[in-house]
Design a protein around this ligand. Structure first.
Ligand code: B1M
Length: 217
């Protein structure tokens, strides 16, 4: 058992290092090897999220620049691609449709993609608008699709928190009655979410799925 545990850890460490180094072509295989060695999808994901914190810290300290951040993000996405089918739950019990996107001016999508994956696995049909989504596009998408009970807005920059506020205000004044709004992202606090009139807030992807069910339940 100890030997197996050690092997798991070394594979996870390898995944972490490959993501930090932005080795996109190798991450998928390393994630698969970590799974084969017995690691759980959740712990591999946690390791990759930790890698992105390291990458963010290196960026803050001037050790790396935007291109390196970008290639690390691409590497993480490759790893998430391998985990996605394993993380997706049984979505046969449809809870309705959720429109999701990262707000205007914001290009970060890894967190939003994880939130989307977890809300989908909770039983929602997802309409993913991508990144840099103008406030009115959330409303447009909610009106264009059937059964939209939930809109999820992600914001990763302190500078795009006003865009998050605008998105919530636009949705709330659009006449979409009964449609709940959940917000989140690293700079978002429960207080900020309440202040801008969101119906829900979640700090991470797993709790976003729990909150999503709670809001439309
Ligand atoms: Co950017 N970036 N970035 N970046 N980037 C951060 C966010 C930063 C903290 C780095 C740093 O300085 N340490 C910093 C923000 C500082 C701040 O706002 N105070 C920053 C900056 C400054 C910038 C630029 C301005 C840099 C520049 O150009 N000078 C620029 C802005 C571009 C733009 O958006 N307009 C920029 C650009 C980029 C890249 C494009 C290069 C790339 C993104 C690529 C991509 O996403 N495809 C990038 C990256 C990779 C990062 C870091 C390193 C990693 C982000 C990430 O994916 N984290 C990041 C540093 C960090 O996060 N520590 C950083 C992993 C992800 C799983 O976590 O996104 O937090 P996260 O999502 C979590 C939770 O927040 C939550 O659940 C997720 C999973 O558990 N969550 C929700 C997210 N959305 C939610 C929605 C919910 C609920 C929960 O409900 C709806």
């Amino acid at each position: 058992m100890i030997i197996t545990g050690g092997k798991n850890m070394s594979k996870i460490t390898e995944v972490k290092e490959l993501v930090e180094a932005g080795k996109s072509k190798k991450v998928g295989a390393a994630v698969q090897e970590a799974l084969d060695a017995g690691s759980q999808p959740g712990e591999i994901l946690e390791a990759m999220v930790a890698s992105m914190s390291v990458v963010g810290d290196k960026f803050s300290s001037g050790e790396i620049f935007v291109p390196e951040m970008l290639i690390a993000a691409k590497a993480m996405s490759k790893g998430v691609d391998v985990l996605r089918p394993l993380m997706a739950g049984d979505s046969s019990a449809s809870l309705g449709t959720c429109v999701i996107g990262t707000v205007a001016g914001d290009l970060h999508d890894i967190g939003k993609n994880l939130v989307s994956m977890m809300i989908e696995s909770a039983g929602f049909t997802m309409v993913d608008l991508g990144v840099d989504v103008p406030a009115e596009n959330f409303v447009k998408a909610a009106k264009e699709h059937d059964n939209v009970d939930l809109i999820a807005c992600s914001g990763l920059l302190t500078t795009t928190m006003p865009a998050l506020k605008e998105a919530v205000a636009t949705i709330k004044s659009s006449g979409l009655t009964g449609c709940k709004v959940i917000v989140g992202g690293a700079p978002v606090t429960p207080e900020f979410a309440a202040e801008i009139g969101a119906d829900g807030y979640a700090p991470d992807a797993g709790s976003a799925a729990v909150k999503a069910k709670e809001l439309v339940g």
